[in-house]
Design a binder for this molecule. Structure first.
Ligand code: HEC
Ligand code: HEC
Length: 351
């Protein structure tokens, strides 16, 4: 009797283990199956440097790590005669909204974004639109204004365009502090030099027009979780700043901002987005970067323009998104491409 019970128990537990094992196997099959069927759903920040989400290989950058610029360490600020101003400038760049946003404690002159949203890591990230070459190249002549611009003018440009706001008064402590910080960041770069890693990462032109329709799919699978379904971003709980800044709509950059040119947007995104991407470990293919740029910049945003921009119309860049133009290409082609013919025509004229 006792023995019978024992063997029944044994049988039952063996069955249990078998059932558990087959459940685990089934689960594994289901998960890997889903992974293959829906590659987009398996989106992670893993190393995708050679194979992007469309499965195509792209060459990894040939820039050597030791060739790229590095920002001075914050600890080296201690004892600097301008330490207070530089530190305040860094704070203003990292948390602009707290001081200059719609509920800013100093002035209410901008849209709630931070400079750092686009000049990543307070303007120190490689190919993250950093400030490495500002001290070394300003003041400089810029074709957009047709004049020599100093760093104050350049900062106010971004305030009026990227932050869709008003300029800071020239004598203000805030403008001086931001300039002091930006100059300090680039202080080791020789006058006239542009170090490797400055500005944005160059990507090849597409041989077709960038597609807002294809870009919408990229947006939905790769951007929406953070920048939200309606592109408005998400505010930090109980704070004046964004956790994820807006990409379009009333609180985003206006049509006169640098990112409204899709080449700038695509280059920024290629080396920096989705969050976690870097120039040597990008997540998007070049095509995805161009298409998502076309999609985002096809959506509504503030329409502020500046009459005094581009006094020489022929100097407008190939992808300037609205006319008048010195050539006969349409506004649509200037905005989305294909760009090769426009560039060729511009080069011919320049000869
Ligand atoms: C929405 C994105 C965005 C925001 C926010 C933004 N900028 Fe910019 N900024 C850009 C882009 C893009 C460029 C490069 C534009 C170009 O070359 O056409 C740029 C260029 C600059 C430059 C010149 C860099 C160089 O290498 O020549 C300075 C200086 C600058 N911004 C300062 C600021 C400051 C200070 C703030 C905050 C008050 C700010 N920016 C906010 C996008 C932004
Ligand atoms: C995991 C969250 C996350 C994802 C996914 C993501 N972003 Fe961002 N994005 C951010 C954050 C955070 C910032 C601001 C960075 C900072 O302030 O340091 C930002 C900034 C930006 C900016 C500059 C600021 C602005 O609002 O104009 C652009 C442009 C941008 N992202 C585009 C994209 C695009 C396009 C995608 C999809 C391909 C994407 N992002 C996916 C988190 C994300």
């Amino acid at each position: 009797m006792k023995d019978d019970k024992k063997s029944i128990n044994l049988l039952l537990s063996t069955c249990g283990i078998l059932a558990l094992l087959s459940f685990v196997v089934l689960l594994l099959v289901a998960v890997t199956g889903a992974f293959y069927l829906y590659p987009a759903a398996s989106y992670t920040f893993t190393d995708s440097k050679t194979v992007n989400s469309t499965g195509k290989s792209e060459p990894v950058t040939s820039i050597e790590k030791d060739e790229v610029w590095r920002a001075p360490a914050l600890s080296s600020l201690t004892g600097n005669p301008e330490e207070k101003s530089i530190t305040y400038g860094r704070e203003l760049i990292a948390h602009t909204a707290k001081y200059l946003g719609p509920e800013g404690s100093v002035l209410q002159i901008s849209n709630g974004m931070n400079c750092q949203n686009c000049h990543l890591d307070a303007g120190t990230k490689i190919f993250g639109n950093n400030y490495s070459r500002v001290f070394s190249t300003y003041p400089k002549f810029r074709k957009r204004s047709g004049s020599e611009e100093d760093i104050y003018k350049r900062i106010n440009d971004c305030l009026e365009r990227s932050l869709n706001g008003k300029p800071l008064p020239l004598h203000s402590e805030e403008l001086k502090a931001m300039a002091a910080y930006i100059n300090w960041v680039g202080r080791d770069v020789k006058k006239g030099d542009e170090p490797e890693g400055a500005g944005l990462y160059e990507i090849a032109l597409l041989d077709r027009a960038a597609s807002p329709e294809k870009g919408k799919l990229v947006y939905e699978t790769r951007c929406q979780t953070c920048h939200s379904e309606n592109g408005q971003g998400q505010k930090k709980a109980g704070a004046t700043e964004y956790l994820y800044p807006p990409l379009y709509g009333d609180n985003s950059y206006n049509v006169s901002a640098g990112l409204y040119r899709i080449s700038n947007f695509a280059k920024f995104v290629k080396a920096n987005m989705p969050l976690g991407a870097t120039y040597d470990k990008p997540i998007l293919s070049d095509e995805e970067a161009w298409d998502v740029a076309a999609y985002v910049n096809s959506m509504p945003r503030p329409q502020k323009t500046f009459k005094q921009d581009w006094p020489e119309i022929a100097d407008k860049p190939f992808d300037h998104p609205f006319g008048p133009y010195a050539d006969a290409f349409t506004e649509k082609q200037h905005k989305y491409g294909p760009f090769q013919e426009i560039k060729q025509a511009q080069q011919k004229k320049a000869l």
